[in-house]
Design a protein around this ligand. Sequence first.
Ligand code: SF4
Ligand code: SF4
Length: 343
Amino acid sequence: MRGMVVPKDSLGELVSKLSDRYKIFGPKRKGTEWIFGEVESADEMDLRYSTTILPPRKFFLPTSERLFSFRMDGRVEEPEEPDIPALIFGIHSCDLNALLLLDAVFSSGQFPLPSYVKRRERTALVALTCTEVGDHCFCESMGTGPSPAGGYDVLLTDLEGEYLMESGSRRGDEILALARGREASKGDFDRKAEAIERAKSKFKRRVDLRDIDELFLKNLDNPIWERLGEKDLACGLCVNSCPTCFCFDVRDKLDFPMDSGVRYKEWDACVLLEFSQVALGGNFRRDRSARIRQFIGHNLGWGGASQFREFRGKAKCVGCGRCIRYCPAGIDLTEVLKELRGA
Ligand code: SF4
Ligand code: SF4
């Protein structure tokens, strides 16, 4: 793996060169929060961001998208997938690891999702080691941060005044070749390791994952779920902001006079009433308590039965803290876990 050290003030020049090859998305201020949005220069980005409202999964699994249009005479038209190379700049370690988990669902296995696979292939990822830690973050406990072990094309680490740039792929080598700097020394990698250790000491939240599957399965009838169900607003913000939630619904929309239509897919959420609705109005998770148990349980618990543990040996939650940060009812899965442990 190659490494370079570049002065911070040369980042603008690098982004400008990259913008000739890629459509670039980076963290931008939006009011008091941040979003990933299109940028044309490094000045538009805030690389000291805490977390973005929506995770980068929105680029690979849009909130709503047409699968195909159809006509009653049998003609079917699939949308063209644009082939413009994209680059996400400054992706945090938790969000990068979330994409690696989504890959296990949509890129591998028996039924890969072609649009997802294509978008992943055409998108370069420039990751960022977190040197500051947000109030809601617990990625260290989940083994997904503060610095990623792989999965990036380039990894940037802030060494105060300069960045260590590491390549993780051939595309990363090409990006490094555009940068102006010097070859990284062992001392620079030592500085990176120190920056990571400093970041680790800043976490305010930690979770205890010991025997977590059993803990959740043992507590399916714990009264905590009823209490959370009474607080829960079933608004879906937790699921929509979660970088690893991937459930979607498929619907048909017919055009008048019913001779053509569109089949589209859109994000769905296990915390919503309609999610578990089946034929004849049956609903196997009618109560909010059962739905919030599903959200928290799927992310932190009963992983042994989930496809994530099966494929990757990891929990679904990457510890980004968004579901805590944005929940209007103050529901906090790290506190729920503590309560289940009797702490
Ligand atoms: S469950 Fe919450 S903390 Fe975990 S990855 Fe999803 S949004 Fe982030
Ligand atoms: S964000 Fe909070 S209130 Fe809204 S559905 Fe999720 S847990 Fe319930």
